[in-house]
Design a binder for this molecule. Sequence first.
Ligand SMILES: C[S@@+](CC[C@H](N)C(=O)[O-])C[C@H]1O[C@@H](n2cnc3c(N)ncnc32)[C@H](O)[C@@H]1O
Length: 279
Amino acid sequence: MFLNSANSGLIQLTDQEFKELVNFVHTKYGINLIKKRVLIEGRLSQTLRQKGLTSFRQYIDLLEADRTGTEMTHFLNKITTNHSYFARENEHFEYLSDTVLPYMERTRHNYDLRIWSAGCSAGQEAYNMAMTIDQYFGLHKSRWDTTILATDISMDVLQRAKKAIYPASNLTNISALWKQKYFHSLGNGTYQVCDKIRKEVVFKPLNLMEPFHFVKPFDIIFCRNVMIYFDAPTTDQLIQKFYDVTAPGGYLFIGHSEVINKEATKYHYIRPAIYQRKE
Ligand SMILES: C[S@@+](CC[C@H](N)C(=O)[O-])C[C@H]1O[C@@H](n2cnc3c(N)ncnc32)[C@H](O)[C@@H]1O
């Protein structure tokens, strides 16, 4: 009963429309939609109806003609999963604190750390890094510039990230101490990250498929649970691009369910989901 009524409004993709959409999104964003036909029909049919469109052909034309990027942003918001939470794959933050930051403290004599959260979703990962750094350096933090660049293609998540307000369910893995130290309760089941930590993160839109134009290389890159969308050649190319913008001795963290082709990469494998560019 539920399924029938939910499906009754579905607008279906023709084989040709599906192929075109898959190619377009893969070329522009690296995202592989080949197994997502039902997901696209399910998540986009309502959008099409709201726009008075009766076919995906009309929708693809609209996407291709849109110079503002608004339509594409809406489309990407619908098809990508932005799920994230604090202390996700927390071993990474522990490794950051126990190994990476002590190493950086010993080797970066200009007190400047370049840090990037690539595919940051609503900011949990980047703020988590800022909290880890604050905790590690303590009173010496003011001596260091550890501003974190956090980027995503989805404007929706970037807007949420800047507000830094999260439901309590996002903080389940955060200790009571950190909750008190780095968040304040807004009283309606939501928490906001404190100003001191918010100031440490700069959010910007960035499509990982486009060429990178960074002035200085990064010491620490987190790109976790983003490459799950990409096929193997796209992932290999992206890893090479990350490598090219990693400083000697710099680290790359990926998601535990993601794999790097160890034969193809110049990164040195440290442990699952952690890589380092040799000094
Ligand atoms: C599941 S979230 C991961 C968030 C966080 N890194 C974590 O591990 O919790 C994946 C994010 O990757 C972003 N993304 C997907 N393709 C992208 C691309 N081509 N360029 C930049 N961001 C992309 C999505 O918008 C989404 O916010």
